[in-house]
Ligand binder design. Structure first.
Ligand code: MG
Ligand code: ZN
Length: 177
């Protein structure tokens, strides 16, 4: 099948649970801390059967901060690829200070994936748990879903939809399947 649309997924807080640290959620650093949300496996298989690609776009700034080695991010991503039918994973390893084009809220990871796969962004979706994910999706021209309560919105745009889970988002995008 020649897929030309995608569902872009944030990783931490959408696929897997955040690890709470001083009241803030962060990425899991090892497999003991890695735990998928309920319904995620079913949701990803539902996308797989559809005409959407499944592409993860994830900020992993703790690598540049020296808090975690790059291999830890890769171990978790390999586990995700083992558990879920994912077509591609784009990772930004930078922090704000790097002023890169890939760190969400910038749309670089989405735009790179769109160029590589020939994706029609206006018929694609970005699903994230932070307003920076939504901003990246809006900048790329995608429709957007915020999962959960979100973080500080600031000047970031509103999502098209607010849902409680990836499972709920996928059932809105792909009803009756
Ligand atoms: Mg997140
Ligand atoms: Zn970056």
């Amino acid at each position: 099948m020649n897929k030309k649309k995608a569902i872009f997924l944030d990783r931490d807080g959408v696929l897997n649970k955040l690890v709470m640290n001083n009241g803030k959620g962060r990425a899991p650093y090892n497999l003991e801390d890695f735990d998928l949300y309920p319904g995620v496996i079913e949701a990803c298989h539902k996308i797989k059967k559809s005409d959407f690609l499944t592409i993860i776009v994830t900020n992993q700034p703790d690598v540049a901060r020296g808090w975690v080695p790059r291999e830890s991010v890769e171990i978790i991503n390999n586990k995700i690829k083992e558990l879920l039918p994912i077509d591609d994973i784009k990772i930004c390893f930078h922090t704000n200070e790097d002023n890169c084009l890939c760190r969400k809220p910038m749309p670089g990871m989405i735009l790179d994936a769109a160029a590589a796969w020939g994706i029609d962004l206006k018929n694609s979706y970005m699903i994230g748990d932070r307003f920076g994910d939504i901003a990246a999706g809006v900048s790329a021209g995608c429709m957007t879903f915020l999962v959960g309560p979100g973080d500080e919105q600031g000047s970031f745009p509103e999502p098209n939809y607010k849902v409680d889970s990836l499972f709920e988002a996928v059932n809105i995008i792909l009803p009756n399947r």
